[in-house]
Design a binder for this molecule. Structure first.
Ligand code: GAR
Length: 196
């Protein structure tokens, strides 16, 4: 049976677009909702332009994280997704929210986890003198950027790289990795995918 996928974003949504573009033809899933915690997230308009249902749940409108998540959950419940993909979603979710989606929620992170959980991953990889860098798709568990790793894509860091060039070089890898991992995940594959 076709799986229903909801995607959570906070910004431009380039990973979301890559996921949406992949879910066509014989793909076993379809996008049913793109939701953002910021009504101004550019990805919302991009998703709507592609005919995908969208929703904004502005985190600033809620007194605390639990209220925000209750509103987000209500929007998701209406869309009835089987799988939730975080794609540049920059809010930390509570263990309660995560528990409701555990085993069904994926995230993409711009580092080779377990290195550089959290923010400023490209600058931190450079500061550490890493010769390899990349991105990771993992299952979301209660600990930040810490769930089982489903896939990684790597590149060689050059002497000329800056945090900006690394971000620009990693992003296209993200666009290849996330759709590939999602498809495998929908098909029940939990082994780790490595893209060169
Ligand atoms: C991506 O690089 C993604 O890996 C990162 O935000 C960017 C979103 O870009 N996510 C995180 O840092 C999550 N901690 P996009 O909106 O164009 O997909």
């Amino acid at each position: 049976m076709t799986q229903r996928v909801a995607i959570l974003i906070s910004g431009g949504g380039s990973n979301m677009l890559a996921l949406v573009a992949s879910m066509t033809g014989d793909h076993p899933a379809r996008p049913v909702l793109v939701a953002a915690n910021d009504p101004a997230a550019a990805g919302l308009a991009r998703a709507a332009a592609g005919g995908i249902a969208t929703a904004a749940v502005d985190h600033r409108a809620y007194g605390d994280r639990a209220d925000f998540e209750a509103a987000l959950h209500a929007v998701l419940a209406e869309a009835r997704p089987d799988i939730l993909c975080l794609a540049g979603f920059m809010r930390i979710l509570t263990p309660d929210f995560i528990a409701r989606w555990e085993g069904r929620m994926l995230n993409i992170h711009p580092s080779l986890l377990p290195k550089y959980k959290g923010l400023h991953t490209h600058a931190r990889a450079l500061a550490a003198g890493d010769t390899e860098h990349g991105c990771t798709v993992h299952e979301v568990t209660a600990a930040l950027d810490d769930g089982p790793i489903l896939g990684q894509a790597r590149l060689r860091v050059t002497a000329q790289d800056t945090a900006e060039t690394l971000a620009a070089r990693v992003l296209p890898l993200e666009h290849r990795l996330y759709p590939a991992v999602l498809r495998r995940f929908v098909e029940g594959e939990r082994g780790m995918l490595t893209l060169a």
